[in-house]
Design a protein around this ligand. Structure first.
Ligand code: ADP
Length: 703
């Protein structure tokens, strides 16, 4: 009994202890559970037999819950339940570490791995798993126990940290780039400011060529701008720059553009360019932030000023040149008019003279008059060439005939001086287009120079030949004028085509001239796209070689102007009524004498209006022809011609009208024809010229 009593007491004691133990154990399990819940962790346990085989696996419920599972059916207690859910990228490491802990006989190696496990819903979560392997006395693994903590948050923080670091790196790179850009820009602009227009705030980005991202200088923008203006802008520009620096108007000025700029002279004598550049606009498109940059532009400015100076100088020179040309062209008219009287009256006087002395005087007057006229013509030609007014007026002719005619004309003068002219032509009778007047001028100059600069007993050889020509449909004609004259020094030859250059002046050389002949020749040759060369030796003679390309033409396509009726002009002119429109009394008188001498009946009109009135008032057929001056007061000759051409009476309207003008240039002649005139006579009037111009018009006229 006693034994039983003891036993039963012992049993009660043991039971009570067991119950307490169980309660304690349950409490510990609960608190362990709580700890796991608080730590977001779970526990695991693996058991091995003596051979090292895994015989049992336990995943705690908290571990299951963390992955979204609720029971052992969902998440069975097998090794694969765990290993199959490992992230492919983490699997090798997680299993490798497990194996290496198993293999580590020292017992020091702890399992501590981070990996991702797939939850029930298929998402991966980060976990840190830590475990300790206990071994039996023989070293075989017995129990592997560990915990498993959710690390999602840390990883999110890590990722955030990584992202922030990356962003920081990007910002750093950007800043570096910014810095590089600013460095580069700073090389151009010695001062850069960032300005917030709305806050009236500035930050200095770089200054004085030293490169900083920010110099640390900042403050009130407008105040700073005005300070800059007062300290660096020279007095003369200060007012204008102050205006430019007014920040309250910058946004408006940048409304339709992204930059505005201004140049000014700084106090150190350099030219600066200040510039506002748009940086940011608000939603309304109004500029709110700008950059202000300044750079030195002295060199550019210098160049620009130089250019401006040159332009002004060029304009001055050009207008001076124009003034000179206008002056000379006007002189053409003003000098030719009295020259007309001198030569004309002297020609008229000749007929009445019998005294040989007086005849000699008359000849001298006429010759001097002609020389003066040729000098005037040269000066005028040069002026026209320089003003670019010279144009080609091409006409059909047989090349060669022009030069041979000139030789004939000069033959007499040369013979008088004891000089022989030998003309040689070695070309087929080529028909070409050429400006006959200008060709005549070229060779008249060359041949007359040879006569002028060759002494008695000398010889002049003129030869013409065809040379190869590159231009299709053209023929190149080479003309040489060679003399055995005084020649020229080597020093002078390079200057020979310069205007007004003469080797000897008139007094020293006793030969009259202007030094304009050859420059004109050269310009004319160039106008015709030809070349001229000179060879000369002092005391031996000179040789001028001219090559000019001419367009070949079919002679049948061109009909020569009818030659003036030869012979008895008087029969054609006798009794014909001529209306002479001429405002200048002297010119009118001389023309009247010449015309009456030819047989005309002359009626004079003092200006264009009177001329038109006379035509209107007189019966048709009263006048046979009109000689019309161009420059007249009240109404000029062109206008009068146009009015006559518009008269209702067709007979009156078609009367031949010949321009008679001191404007002796090609374009004047052309203009006369354009205005409806039938001919053109240049003053001073030449009797031969009047005859040959008027005769065809009167013979073809139907009455
Ligand atoms: P000008 O004969 O009116 O002086 P040019 O322009 O025709 O003007 O000629 C310029 C200068 O060239 C002449 O003054 C003369 O010194 C020289 N010269 C021209 N032609 C000849 C020539 N055939 N022989 C020698 N010198 C010449």
């Amino acid at each position: 009994m006693k034994e039983n009593t003891v036993n039963s007491r012992d049993l009660e004691k043991a039971l009570a202890e067991a119950t307490r133990n169980k309660e304690q154990l349950e409490q510990r399990i609960v608190s362990l559970h709580n700890i796991h819940a608080a730590l977001s962790s779970g526990a695991w346990n693996l058991l091995y037999d003596k051979e090292g085989n895994l015989v049992a696996v336990n995943w705690s419920d908290t571990l299951r819950q963390m992955l979204g599972f609720s029971s052992t059916e969902d998440f069975p207690n097998t090794f694969e339940t765990w290993s199959d859910r490992l992230h492919p990228e983490d699997k090798e490491n997680a299993l490798g570490e497990y194996e290496s802990v198993l293999a580590d006989k020292t017992g020091r190696k702890v399992y501590d791995v981070e990996y991702r496990l797939m939850s029930k819903s298929g998402e991966y979560h980060w976990f840190r798993s830590t475990g300790y392997l206990s071994r039996r006395a023989d070293g075989s693994p017995q129990s592997f126990d560990g915990i498993f903590i959710n690390h999602d948050e840390r990883h999110t923080i890590d990722e955030k940290l990584q992202r922030t670091l990356k962003e920081a790196q990007d910002v750093r790179d950007e800043l570096l780039l910014d810095h590089e850009i600013i460095s580069a820009v700073s090389k151009l602009y010695f001062s850069i400011y960032r300005i917030d227009l709305e806050k009236d705030f500035y930050e200095e980005i770089s200054s004085d060529r030293s490169v900083h991202r920010l110099t640390g200088h900042e403050g009130k923008a407008q105040k700073k701008m005005y300070e800059l203006c007062d300290s660096i802008v020279s007095e003369k520009y200060r007012e204008a720059v102050r205006h430019f620096f007014n920040l309250s108007t910058v946004a408006e000025r940048l409304r339709n553009t992204d930059t505005v700029e201004m140049e000014y002279l700084s106090t150190d004598g350099n030219w600066h360019q200040a510039r506002f550049i748009e940086k940011k606009r608000n939603e309304d498109g109004r500029v709110t932030h700008i950059l202000y940059v300044t750079r030195i532009v002295s060199q550019e400015k210098q160049k620009e000023l130089e250019k401006q100076r040159l332009e002004v100088a060029y304009k001055v020179a050009e207008s001076a040149n124009e003034a000179k040309t206008t002056f000379l062209l006007n002189m053409s008219h003003d000098i030719r008019t009295p020259m007309n009287a001198i030569i004309g009256y002297s020609q008229l006087m000749r007929k009445k003279l019998t005294d040989p002395d007086l005849i000699h005087y008359q000849e001298m007057i006429e010759e001097s008059g002609n020389i003066l006229l040729s000098i005037i013509n040269n000066v005028l030609d040069m002026a026209r060439i320089e003003s670019g007014k010279m144009e080609l007026d091409e006409n059909y002719d047989a090349v060669g005939s022009i030069v041979s005619k000139i030789c004939q004309v000069y033959q007499e003068e040369a013979e008088k001086k004891g000089i022989h002219i030998i003309y040689q032509e070695n070309i087929p009778n080529l028909h070409v287009l050429c400006d006959i007047t200008k060709i005549e001028e070229i060779f008249t100059n060359l041949i007359s120079n040879s006569i002028k600069y060759t002494l008695s007993g000398g010889r002049i050889d003129v030869s013409i030949e065809e040379v190869p020509c590159e231009k299709k449909g053209y023929v190149a004609i080479k003309t040489t004028v060679r003399d055995t004259g005084i020649g020229m020094s080597k020093d002078f030859i390079p200057r020979i085509f310069e205007p007004f250059e003469r080797e000897r002046n008139t007094t020293a050389g006793k030969v009259a001239g202007t030094g304009l002949g050859l420059p004109i020749v050269k310009k004319l040759v160039e106008l015709m796209e030809g070349t001229i060369e000179v060879e000369s030796e002092l005391g031996k003679g000179s040789k001028f070689t001219v090559i000019i390309p001419h367009k070949l033409v079919d002679s049948k396509l061109y009909e020569k102007n009818e030659p003036a009726p030869a012979g008895d002009f008087r029969r054609v002119f006798e009794g014909k009524q001529i209306l002479l429109a001429e405002d200048n009394d002297l010119n009118a008188e001389i023309a009247t004498v010449i015309l009456e001498d030819m047989g005309f009946v002359v009626d004079r009109a003092e200006d264009g209006i009177i001329c038109v009135n006379k035509m209107e008032q007189q019966k048709a057929g009263t006048y046979d022809i009109i000689l019309m001056d161009i420059q007249m007061p009240n109404m000029d000759g062109y206008k009068a011609t146009q009015m006559i051409r518009q008269l209702p009476d067709s007979k009156k309207a078609s009367i031949p009208i010949v321009a008679m003008t001191a404007n002796a240039f090609e374009e004047d002649r052309k203009r006369a024809f354009e205005m409806g005139m039938n001919g053109h006579i240049a003053k001073p009037i030449d009797i031969e010229n009047i005859r040959s111009t008027l005769a065809p018009l009167l013979t073809t006229q139907k009455r």
